[in-house]
Design a protein around this ligand. Sequence first.
Ligand SMILES: *[C@@H]1O[C@H](CO)[C@@H](O)[C@H](O)[C@H]1NC(C)=O
Length: 227
Amino acid sequence: MAYQMFFISTIACMAMLVSVAYATDPTQLQDFCVATNDPNNAVFVNGLFCKNPMDATPEDFFFKGLDIPATTNNRLGSNVTLVSPMNLAGLNTLGISVARLDFAPYGLISPHTHPRATEVFTVLDGTIYVGFVTSNQANGGNKLFAKVLNKGDVFVFPQGLIHFQLNIGKTPAVAFSGLSSQNPGVVTVSNAVFGSQPPISVDVLTKAFQLDAGVIKYLQSKFSMGS
Ligand SMILES: *[C@@H]1O[C@H](CO)[C@@H](O)[C@H](O)[C@H]1NC(C)=O
């Protein structure tokens, strides 16, 4: 009996350890795993298909052009350039990615979450108001942690929490972010809630946001197709 209890608790502990280990990207099981679009010539899978390591070249670990500002003449006045295994194949399985964030004057990266990554945000130029909101707390509230950042300042957005970045300066701003996943994912709150295809029922959204159906339909028309 005692032995059985020990066995069951050991299994339970191991199950918890395994679930902890899988809470982030899988740890690589080799030095690297350069992603390949050619599965016929691939040797194994851990994330995307891996190129045969014997065929890897320095170019597989290289990306050029993050010094170039992206265009920000869009509705929000911002643009995110993500470097991931899609454009730097050697990042595959390494659990990390990087992004350049360009802001027009008063440009916004609207409230969003990264379901799979914590983000470390560094301002290279400009003055940016940033913040994140906690998950629902025991008292039912959600706490905002926000700050105005200047050149050289660093801020961290914990994994999965809603956050935003607004250029509050009269000049363009630029920041770089490190992300703790090769595929952080993005959920833009306004687009996901009001712009899904097919749309979420107006009945759901009127009750959830305590708004008239006409206001919900207006918001749905604004955000449909992720516009
Ligand atoms: C982001 O910048 C790139 C490069 O300048 C451009 O091709 C792309 O259309 C821009 N995206 C948006 C949403 O403005």
